[in-house]
Design a protein around this ligand. Structure first.
Ligand SMILES: C[S@@+](CC[C@H](N)C(=O)[O-])C[C@H]1O[C@@H](n2cnc3c(N)ncnc32)[C@H](O)[C@@H]1O
Length: 292
């Protein structure tokens, strides 16, 4: 029986209460979600969540956690409740118009950082395009890691552009980050040393089969890749060729099993396959293409 709402509670007791509520509600990862939710809401580090069980949580914070537990049980993902998500070691604010950046996308960031370091070593400058910025997670993570490079981002959603701009500001990267509303390259001019994109790639008919959490929380514009999932790749393949600086590269996140189809679209536009990178689950997640 939970204590009255004006009572303080030990952190380990609160953790046990929340975990048990999630188990009863049939949430897949009850302990993980409980730790993430309590730690995120109350700003308690992952280590303190494990070692600080005897800390007393003030009554007001207990009430906030219980209110958030209700939201989670009603189907809201933890990070949507918190309003932010960690990605590549940084905190990115979310909005209803942005996808929650996923850990798999960090593979694209890793590959991009290596490429940008090489370009910076050769030219002492590097201009990156990020197509479909969402929260800005991809390119802002690269800018944070490599001093001197710059990014122009684009998104069709004005709200996503606002969120990405605010994230750039919060990370102190605004002076190297320019983000606009637009339809892929229609939104931006110029030649780029590196083009990055994690476009929507889920076939329309498969959206219904996604988990309720994803369907309810991630915007359709960020997920729906059209009939075969490849509409965005087609548009980018058609319009990106003239936008690569000599020696430049294009790096794309892809959905499971899309590697050959996506590569073929770009080869038909004069690109050559250069490399691919797998995610932590061993699934090919990133394609690297170059113009010859
Ligand atoms: C899969 S999300 C990726 C978001 C972010 N880059 C990330 O990895 O977390 C795809 C993004 O593309 C944007 N988008 C969809 N169609 C677009 C278009 N025609 N032009 C520009 N952006 C588009 C969506 O609004 C969404 O933010």
């Amino acid at each position: 029986m939970p204590p009255a709402s004006d009572e303080r509670l030990r952190l380990d007791a609160l953790m046990a209460e929340v975990r048990a509520a999630f188990v009863r509600a049939g949430i897949d990862t009850p302990g993980f979600d409980a730790r993430l939710l309590i730690g995120g809401l109350l700003d308690i580090s992952p280590t303190a969540m494990i070692t600080g069980g005897d800390a007393l949580v003030p009554a007001g914070d207990v009430a906030r956690v219980r209110e958030a537990v209700g939201q989670r049980i009603a189907g809201r993902p933890v990070h949507r409740i918190l309003g932010w998500r960690e990605f590549y070691g940084h905190r990115f604010a979310l909005s209803p118009a942005t996808l929650e950046p996923r850990p798999d996308t960090e593979v694209l960031v890793e590959a991009a950082i290596a490429e940008v370091r090489n370009i910076m070593a050769a030219k002492a400058a590097c201009l990156i395009a990020d197509l479909g910025v969402g929260t800005g997670a991809i390119c802002l993570s690269v800018l944070a890691e490599v001093p001197g490079c710059r990014c122009i981002g684009v998104d069709r959603s004005p709200e996503a552009v606002e969120t990405a701009r605010a994230n750039a500001e919060a990370l102190g990267l605004s002076d190297r980050y320019d983000v606009r509303v637009g339809d892929w390259f229609d939104g931006i001019d110029g030649l780029f040393d590196l083009i990055l994109s994690n476009p929507p790639y889920i076939p329309s008919a498969e959206i219904e089969g996604l988990s309720l959490d994803v369907r309810k929380s991630d915007p359709a514009l960020a997920l729906d890749g059209g009939g075969d999932g490849l509409d965005a790749y087609r548009a980018i393949a058609r319009t990106s060729g003239g936008r690569l600086a000599p020696g430049g590269a294009l790096m794309l996140e892809i959905g499971q099993g899309q590697e050959e189809d996506v590569a073929a679209l770009f080869v038909a536009e004069g690109y050559g396959f250069a490399a691919k990178h797998a995610d932590l689950g061993g699934i090919d997640r990133v394609l690297v293409l170059r113009k010859h």
